[in-house]
Write a protein that binds this ligand. Structure first.
Ligand code: GRF
Length: 199
């Protein structure tokens, strides 16, 4: 059934790209839940419009990260989620979620990792004066943008590029690369089948 949950904190253009890929048949998956830690984020409006069930929460109202992650895990298990797709979720994933969804959490990052992890990767790349940057899709581990890399695509940085023009180029790549990579993961069932076979 390929049930996925998308985690986002902001605009949600990647959420939208994944929804659109499901709608047009390019991605064989069902988006069962949007998890959002910013109840006023624009991605919530998008999810309402698309009738995606939403779990929105205020981290501040919980005592610990483990406390809100426990609730998220219950929501995910209730819906039999197979893959968690982070799409601009601005929070490190803690052990509670990582252990419950081992090797089943992926992220997209706007640089060629391991260069420029963390916040404002596009600004970091411009500042460093690199001639090439890009986009990375990777499995999530306990570090900041450090898990095993699944897919990467590069793009040229022009002299005339600003943070805004570079962000536009990055987003254009992301909106194609993320749905494609998710589709590939499900097609190959890679890691998961091997993991089950070795049990
Ligand atoms: C993307 O650039 C993604 O690489 C990063 O956060 C951004 C989210 O953008 N992790 P959007 O909210 O999907 O428009």
């Amino acid at each position: 059934m390929n049930k996925i949950a998308i985690f986002a904190s902001g605009n949600g253009s990647n959420y939208q790209a994944i929804v659109d890929a499901v709608k047009n048949g390019a991605l064989d998956a069902s988006i069962e839940l949007l998890v959002c830690d910013k109840p006023n984020a624009f991605v919530i409006e998008r999810a309402k419009k698309e009738s995606t069930p939403i779990f929105a929460f205020e981290p501040k109202t919980y005592e610990t990260k483990a406390a809100f992650e426990k609730e998220i895990v219950l929501e995910l298990q209730k819906r039999e989620i197979e893959l968690i797709v982070l799409a601009g979720y601005m929070r490190l994933i803690g052990p509670t979620l990582l252990h419950a969804f081992s090797k089943r959490i992926i992220n997209i990052h706007p640089s060629l990792l391991p260069s420029f992890p963390g916040k404002n990767a596009i600004g970091q790349a411009l500042q460093a004066g690199v001639k090439v940057t890009g986009v990375t899709v990777h499995f999530v581990d306990e570090g900041m943008d450090t898990g095993p890399i699944i897919a990467q695509e590069s793009l040229k940085v022009e002299e005339s590029d600003t943070e805004q023009s570079l962000a536009e180029k990055v987003h254009t790549i992301e909106h194609r690369l993320y749905p494609e990579t998710i589709q590939l993961l499900f097609q190959k069932s890679f890691l998961w089948e091997k993991e089950e076979a070795s049990r």
